[in-house]
Ligand binder design. Sequence first.
Ligand SMILES: [Ca+2]
Ligand SMILES: [Ca+2]
Length: 307
Amino acid sequence: MANDVLRKIKGIPLIYLLLFLSSFLLFVSSASARIYESPYSIEVAAIPNADIEPPVTTITIGTPQYQNGANLYISGSTEITLSAIDYGLVPSGVNYTEYKMDSDSWTRYGNPFKLDNYSDDQHTIHYRSVDKVSNIEIEKTTTIILDKTPPETTISASEELITGVTNIVSPDTRFYLSATDNLTGVKATQYRIDGGEWLDYLAGFTLSGAGTHTISYKAKDNLENEEVEKILTVKLISIDITKQKSLDPIVLAGAWGSTGEIQTAINNLASILSSSGLSYYSPSTDDEFKGSLREGKYNTYLLIDFE
Ligand SMILES: [Ca+2]
Ligand SMILES: [Ca+2]
């Protein structure tokens, strides 16, 4: 068998043997080059200065928020979001983002956060990010004014309201609301009567219907911080009909008799009362006169005795 192979090789011209040998060596060298190709490319990615740029962090202030001139107001329920993108020739990626309030210490950022544990005031949020090769972003700041407090509303009336009692009022009594807010400002003041529909307060209002009434009132600021409803209970006394009639004098004129002389006197009296512009009623008997007195519906009584 081996002799057969040797005999066949001996039969091949030398030039073919050399060509075969050189092809074989070329194949072996290119195969070894391929084997070392992969680790060589990893070394290229790790060359110095591939990432010398820090990340860039962006802050987003959620709602509610209220901009008034240069001032940005937020409430205790407003969410603050930070997001970062890394830069560089070959960015290594954001390692972490951190923030701090005012002069507090840095806190690693995880999820959107609120400032409900801070006091109502102006605060500065500092924030920055660091990439995976320790490039640190120069810190940025955003200043906000935190307002977690609803307005306070007070009620007053055209007559003095006494604290601690059920005040007696009339249909003419006018009620006024006044709301003040600590920082953001009052957005709306509302009231409702006897638990009815809420109405926007625009100007003084009155009540109607004799009896006990409740006036509920509240206000909210420009960040929707809403005051807890306050209630004033009053008793309305309506002006009765007799009292209203008293504004227009009505005279009960008692003069009665059967003789011509008395009747003339009665007619003269009626004429005088009419010309005076007074409303009057003249009973025809003394019993009728007394009955009218008992009813109490006249405010002036005139009894003429002709005897
Ligand atoms: Ca970077
Ligand atoms: Ca407020």
